[in-house]
Design a protein around this ligand. Structure first.
Ligand SMILES: [Zn+2]
Length: 155
């Protein structure tokens, strides 16, 4: 579960198709970096501030839904998903959905907005949202982190 029961105000009935397209709010995405692994879990979350005390969380992946949570709930979600110091974090913010100079209070302070990493094959700087870290060995090259172009060339 994304948020502990005690922080959930209510679950909202929603159709799955309503969770695609142009959604409001701050978007968080699970950073799926291994092209060979199929992961089941929630991989997209939108946080919509309804008031200082009430936040709506829309989510989709292997399960989908929507709920209203308290400020404590959204704080917990922010810490759980973004409070992760890895160079390639498990969850990332969609930079276009936040104001880098005025981040939502529930985003942990040290959260980078648009972190990049360099591809170990071509050395291009790429967004951590685009990097691949395949477990399966590549053909011809050795690399743990690479861009999609290089991966397609060497896998
Ligand atoms: Zn590359």
């Amino acid at each position: 579960m994304l948020v502990d029961e005690e922080h959930i105000i209510e679950e909202i009935e929603i159709e799955e198709r309503e969770l695609y397209g142009d959604l409001p709010g701050v978007h968080l995405r699970y950073n799926h970096t291994d092209p060979d692994i199929i992961r089941d879990g929630i991989d997209f979350v939108a946080v919509i501030e309804e008031s200082e005390e009430v936040y709506r969380i829309d989510y989709r992946g292997y399960a989908f839904g929507s709920m209203r949570v308290t400020a404590d709930g959204v704080e917990q979600l922010g810490k759980d998903l973004l409070g992760n110091p890895d160079p390639i974090p498990n969850w990332t913010l969609k930079p276009e959905t936040v104001d880098a100079d005025n981040l939502p209070w529930w985003v942990p302070e040290e959260t980078p907005i648009a972190p990049t990493i360099s591809c170990e094959v071509c050395a291009d700087e790429i967004s951590v949202r685009d990097v691949l870290t395949p477990q399966r060995p590549l053909l011809e090259v050795e690399a743990d982190m690479l861009c999609r172009d290089c991966w397609e060339r060497h896998s």
